[in-house]
Ligand binder design. Structure first.
Ligand code: NAD
Length: 247
């Protein structure tokens, strides 16, 4: 129970990777606010049924007022906010020369500006108590990926934001790190199974040295470590969870 009585917020935690992260943090003893723009009730029920402490909060991370209300809710409900995991993200893939401005703006608004709002709001509280853990979910795609100009730009932005937040707040007892998942089995990636009768999925598996997709818990395990006291001297890092895929 490395996170006993810590308070954590995980955005986009109603399903997928965020849900896996929320479950792991709760297993380690944290009170988890499972935030999502969609329903998070099922994720909360699963956590509570397993003996964990969690509650749901509806928030769209691209709306600053809603992110402010989310952090305020955490502080009012549990008295503090120790761990902020900015996980909510979407993709709207397409070749750059054909990409609509709408799809560019939407991905930047959620994946990058949403992470900015979450990081900034968490910092306002964490700086006042000289303690905090901020973990931002970027992606291996931040290095550039065909069909993902909007997503890669947003996720590279998350890396720059994370490293700046880490440096600005290192003397305030706050660490800030980014995690780059490779290919994790969630709704975001499972849709590939429908492309070319599964051929696109099989092709992806060939690109992963370990030969299979990761699980949300693979990312959750790293988040729990970064959120723990064991990781107090680790900040400004970008850590891959990709089965060897990201080089
Ligand atoms: P997912 O689509 O399965 O789940 C995303 C969750 O975020 C959903 O519950 C959705 O309702 C929520 N969400 C979407 N927009 C939101 C918003 N504006 N405000 C609040 N919640 C919102 O996706 P996932 O695979 O679980 O991805 C989670 C994060 O991990 C994303 O940031 C994604 O870019 C990143 N990531 C995923 C993979 C992967 O292989 N799955 C790889 C690299 C990075």
């Amino acid at each position: 129970m490395r996170l006993n009585n810590k308070t954590a917020v995980v955005t986009g935690a109603g399903r997928g990777l965020g849900k896996g992260i929320a479950k792991k943090l709760a297993e380690e003893g944290a009170h988890v606010i499972v935030a999502d723009m969609a329903s998070a009730e099922e994720a909360v029920s699963e956590i509570v049924a397993a003996g964990g402490s969690a509650c749901a909060f509806k928030a769209d991370v691209s709306n600053q007022n809603e992110v402010q209300a989310l952090v305020q809710f955490a502080v009012e409900t549990y008295g503090t906010l120790d761990i902020m995991v900015n996980n909510a993200g979407i993709n709207r893939d397409g070749m750059l020369h054909k990409m609509s401005v709408e799809n560019w703006d939407l991905v930047i608004a959620i994946d990058l500006t949403g992470t900015f709002y979450g990081t900034q709001e968490a910092l306002k509280h964490m700086r006042s108590k000289n303690y905090g853990r901020i973990i931002n979910i970027s992606s291996g795609s931040w290095l550039g990926n065909i069909g993902q100009a909007n997503y890669a730009a947003a996720k590279a932005g998350v890396v720059g934001l994370t490293k700046t937040a880490a440096r600005e707040n290192a003397r305030k007892g706050i660490t800030c790190n980014a995690i780059c998942p490779g290919f994790i089995e969630t709704d975001m990636t499972l849709k590939l199974k429908e492309v070319n009768e599964g051929a696109a999925w099989d092709h992806m598996m060939q690109k992963i040295p370990m030969g299979y997709a990761g699980k949300p818990s693979d990312v959750g395990n790293l988040v729990a470590f970064l959120a723990s006291d064991e990781a107090s001297y680790i900040t400004s890092e970008v850590i891959n969870v990709g089965g060897g895929m990201i080089v």
